[in-house]
Structures are given as C-alpha cells and as structure tokens.
Design a protein around this ligand. Structure first.
Ligand code: GLN
Length: 308
C-alpha cells in the first residue's frame, strides 16, 4: 500500500516547522521531547495506517472531552446534559472562567468549564471519583481496542497546579451547574485527562465516531449513532477552541486538540485521524499536528464543505 510512504512524506513536510512551545503550566508536559512526530489514519472499514513515533504514548488531555461528553449523554440523557452544557463556541481560551448569560451554562463541552460539568454527569450525580474514572477508562479502552492506563506522573503534576481548574469547579458549583463536590469533580476531570494513548489509539477512537458509534474492528456498538453525531457536531464548532472557525474553513473536518500536542480528527463515514507533536501555538493547538491535518485535508480532499 502506498499509504505508509505518503504518511512518512507528510511527517517530513511538517518536521522543519519548529514554532510554538510546550504547555508550560503542567511541568511534565513542559519537559516533553519536542521532536516527537506521529500520524495515524483509521478507516471505517477497520484498516489502520500510521507513521513516525506511532508507538509513543502521551496523555490524552482535552481530547478526552469528546468521549466523556458522549458518556455523559448516555448516563444522564441528552436533555439533562443540554440543560447543563451549551453547544456554542465561546471564542475564548479553553481554560477561561466563563458561563453563558441567562442560562449560566458553560458554552460547550470542549472548554474546561463544560468538560468538568460533563465529567460530573458520568455514572450519577452522587458517584465517586473512582466510579467515574473507572467508567471513563473502560470506555476509552473499548474505543481504543486495548486496555489504557492513567499516567500517574501527569496526574500528580496537573493536580498540584490545578488552581485555575479548581476555580472553574467552584464557579460551576456556585452557579448550580454541578451538584457534587467541586474539588472532586476537578480531580476526576484531571484523571480523565491523564490517560495515556498513542496516535494509533486516537485514530481508532475517532473512527468509532465516524462509523455511527460502532467499533470498526470489533463491531461492538460503543455509543448510539445520535451521540456520535452530537459529539462530531460540537467538535466541528468548538473542538479547536478559539481557533475553531478558522479550522473549519481551512481544514474542514471535525477535530479536537489537547495540550500534550495531539489532534484527533474525524470525517464521518470515512476516516479517523490523529496527529501528534508537542509544541503548541498560542491557542494550545499543536503546530505540527495542525500542519499535518492541513496536508491530509488538501491531499485527500477531506474538507466537509467540498462539493466533490
Ligand atoms: N488537563 C488540561 C487542562 O485542564 C487539558 C487542557 C487541554 O488539553 N487543552 O488544563
């Protein structure tokens, strides 16, 4: 197959761009090896292709938000989720302390305020951190098709500097959006962000979203088709934070980024995409992963708004 050679050439095109910086607010991420570079494609027929550092694990970070939103929908029901979390792009940084005027809801589930709320809806409002993180870890593992693990070093590093996320948690509690202990909700949210994955895992996980919620390899239904559509829709409008509008116009497929330097993309009915390199732009999106997605979109015609 010519695909692995093609993917290697995409990586070599992206490699010279040394712009950006690793996330400074999580010390383990700040020290990440910046030359790491990887890409993976998972077709909805179950075929998986990858190149570069495709066996290297990194923490899933904000990409977990897409899947935890789906779990919250399953556990609490879509109406209850929509009562607590909006679906409008915020135009603000991912870690902004912000709520929609009137409803007091977080703008969407892809920024931290919405993601901490979605986390609090997993299992049941009175569930423990352990119950929620177990439910999330087992679902992420089914999506990846292998048992995933929490990176305890990342978890501890992020927990010790969690003032901003704790602030968001208490804001949500004061607004009546979360009903559980805010510090516990944030601790669980940080644990969900600390699950280690590879680009191969992420592409596979995305391919489930692209395949109406059915795992392309195992054939197992992991979420209802309506949930997969909801997640992909919110990813399209909000997944790249305050860069989401430009992303949809230029790259043109649903995507979610994370501060460890990964981007997960999804073109419904076709392919799950993952790219990884640690250095980030000022919005928190990986510079080289953005570049890789732009190349893939242009070369393979992945823009959703293309007529042909
Ligand atoms: N755990 C990170 C945080 O809450 C996730 C943010 C991200 O990946 N953009 O700050």
């Amino acid at each position: 197959s010519p695909i692995p050679d093609y993917l290697n050439s995409v990586l070599e095109n992206a490699r010279p761009n040394d712009d950006g910086a690793t996330a400074s607010y999580i010390d383990v991420l700040a020290k990440a090896e910046t030359n790491r570079l990887a890409v993976a494609l998972a077709m909805v027929d179950g075929e998986l292709y990858s190149a570069g550092d495709d066996e290297i694990e990194f923490s899933i970070q904000s990409i977990s938000k897409a899947f935890v939103y789906a779990i919250a929908i399953e556990d609490a029901g879509l109406p209850a989720v929509l009562e607590k979390i909006g679906m409008e792009p915020s135009g603000d940084a991912f870690n902004r302390l912000s709520l929609q005027k009137g409803s007091n809801r977080p703008f969407n589930p892809m920024i931290n305020a919405g993601a901490i709320t979605a986390h609090s809806l997993v299992v049941a409002p009175n569930a423990t951190v352990e119950q929620r993180t177990e439910r999330i870890l087992s679902t992420l593992s089914r999506l990846a098709g292998r048992q995933l693990h929490v990176d305890e070093e990342i978890f501890e590093a992020e927990l010790k500097d969690a003032n901003r996320n704790m602030g968001i948690g208490y804001m949500l509690k004061a607004a009546g959006i979360i009903t559980c202990n805010p510090a516990e909700a944030v601790r669980g949210y940080i644990r969900q962000c600390s699950v280690n994955v590879t680009v191969r895992d992420l592409a596979m996980m995305a391919s489930v979203l692209c395949n109406s919620g059915v795992h392309p390899v195992s054939g197992e239904r992991i979420m209802p088709a309506e949930s997969a559509r909801q997640v992909l829709s919110v990813m399209a409008t909000c997944g790249m934070y305050d860069g989401s509008g430009e992303w949809l116009a230029t790259v043109g497929f649903s995507a979610k980024s994370g501060v460890s330097g990964a981007i997960m993309g999804a073109l419904p009915g076709q392919v799950g995409i993952a790219a990884f390199s640690p250095k980030l732009d000022e919005r928190g999106n990986s510079v080289r992963a953005v570049d890789i997605c732009k190349q893939l979109s242009a070369d393979m015609g992945l823009h959703l708004m293309n007529s042909s």
